[in-house]
Write a protein that binds this ligand. Structure first.
Ligand code: SF4
Length: 464
């Protein structure tokens, strides 16, 4: 048991002290409204959702009204919310399900909640925790996911497993407060890139796993309260920050542009008539595995893999049980000669993504077995914006640009702030013309070290 887990009662008590009224920023008056708001908040900021729901809830006062809605009209009513076309259909279905199976009332049981179309554990917990004060579980959003391992409360990396750990150690009567309070703590104090340890209420308890820089000194006679100078709790509420909220906050406007809406329609059409990779829920996996605030490296690829079951949303990476593709095989050879890491038997690179390597393709979807079939439909414009965003918002990022088309992206990057590593593509067609021997992995770590950042552990490649 870690020292912090042994002190969980103290952590819970301090969270209560610091954030006594912690709850969510989404506006609602009934649990059914909260369910709708939570549903709309995926990939959209709470502020935007609140703007939209202000009139939406007047027009559709109950689940029956949403269930009876004209999809096209609802689509217009959701303008401002990301993916409003898709969400209008899904929202109608969710409410039909709610009416048909539960008489239009949110069930007060998480096992029934997650059977509703489009409702996952986090949303179910938000509704049950915040509307009914039911301890159905612990809300694990991007902040809780990041900070639970950092504070020694979990060794897991997925929200589901972290939630399981937290449910074991946090006394049940505190679950409904613990999630929202930890979210505020993560948003304002224990932030992704620059946690404010000197002002933190947990400084004397926290192992600060993966936090670089020296631990700020505590006064010799430190006692919580006496010695605590927290700048915490600037707000009594917090938002339903999804894993990719940080991205959405900055990209919401881009996703509302006509070209992006046309792109979404194009991909939808393609999915209706062909097989498209990666699966719908993994198109943005690179963003959900590497929050904006945690980007340290950008590895740029081109097209997703187009053979069966390969692509899962990270460039160069394939699912664990899939044959390693040739380019990745060459990357592994260089990994061995460069940093002495014996490559795993699989090609699943999520372990890099979780350490801050944004593994971004320039095109995010492809029709099965037709390479480059979704080029020039809008993805390039979108991913250019992503590169510009990282360049603008992050500090000391290392951009890896392999091959001619990736190198062209250098013009989008601020060279005074960031390091750009240009090199030959690892494809079998070019690897022997400069990729082998280029030592990209040690170069990345040298640049990170120089910037005072933790290095990437390139050998950390678990299959889960
Ligand atoms: S001491 Fe630092 S790392 Fe630990 S919880 Fe506080 S801010 Fe986060």
């Amino acid at each position: 048991m870690s020292d912090t887990i042994a002190q969980i009662d103290e952590i819970v008590a301090r969270l209560r002290d610091a954030y006594p009224n912690a709850t969510y920023e989404l506006n609602w008056t009934t649990p059914e409204e909260m369910l709708v708001a939570t549903f709309l908040a995926a990939q959209t900021t709470d502020k935007k959702v609140n703007e939209v729901t202000a009139s939406l809830f007047k027009k559709y006062p109950n689940p029956q009204a949403f269930a009876d809605a004209d999809v096209k009209e609802l689509e217009q009513d959701l303008v401002g919310v990301s993916f409003h076309r898709k969400k209008s259909k899904a929202l109608k279905k969710l409410n039909q399900d709610l009416v048909n199976r539960f008489g239009g009332k949110v069930p007060r049981d998480i096992n029934q909640m997650i059977k509703l179309k489009g409702v996952a554990r986090k949303s179910a917990n938000v509704v049950l925790n915040c509307c009914f004060d039911i301890p159905s579980g612990v809300i694990v959003d991007t902040h809780v996911k990041r900070n639970s391992p950092r504070m020694g409360l979990s060794t897991q990396t997925t929200p589901e497993k972290i939630e399981r750990d937290l449910m074991k150690i946090v006394p049940k009567e505190h679950w409904t407060h613990f999630g929202p309070a930890m979210i505020i703590h993560g948003r304002y104090t224990c932030t992704a890139r620059n946690p404010n340890c000197a002002e933190c209420i947990f400084l004397d308890l926290c192992p600060r796993n993966d936090v670089s820089g020296r631990r700020p000194a505590l006064p010799a006679d430190f006692k919580y309260k006496d010695g605590w100078r927290s700048s915490a709790a600037p707000a009594a509420k917090t938002g339903d920050a999804g894993v990719i909220d940080g991205w959405v906050e900055h990209l919401a406007e881009e996703m509302d542009k006509p070209y992006f809406q046309r792109l979404v329609e194009f991909v939808d059409d393609e999915r209706g008539n062909h097989q498209v990779f990666p699966p719908e829920d993994e198109v943005f996996a690179a963003f959900s595995m590497t929050p904006l605030e945690e980007v340290k490296v950008v590895l740029l690829g081109q097209d997703p893999y187009h053979d069966d079951d390969q692509a899962h949303g990270l460039c160069f990476s394939v699912r664990p049980n899939i044959k390693i593709p040739p380019s990745l095989r060459n990357m592994y050879k260089e990994l061995k000669t460069d940093v002495g890491v014996s490559p795993p038997k699989h090609g699943y690179l999520a372990g890099w993504a979780r350490q801050g390597v944004l593994m971004l393709n320039t095109v995010l979807t492809v029709r099965a077995h037709e390479a480059n079939s979704h080029q020039k439909k809008g993805w390039e414009t979108f991913t250019d914006e992503v590169i510009k965003l990282v360049s603008r918002e992050c500090d000391h990022v290392v951009f890896i640009l392999w091959g001619t088309s990736a190198k062209k992206k250098a013009k989008l990057i601020n060279k005074r702030k960031h390091t750009i590593l240009k090199g030959t593509h690892p494809s079998p067609l070019s690897a022997s013309r400069g990729f082998f021997g280029s030592k990209p992995y040690s170069e990345v770590n040298a640049a990170l070290r120089k910037a005072g950042q933790a290095e990437i552990d390139w050998g950390q490649l678990p299959t889960h």
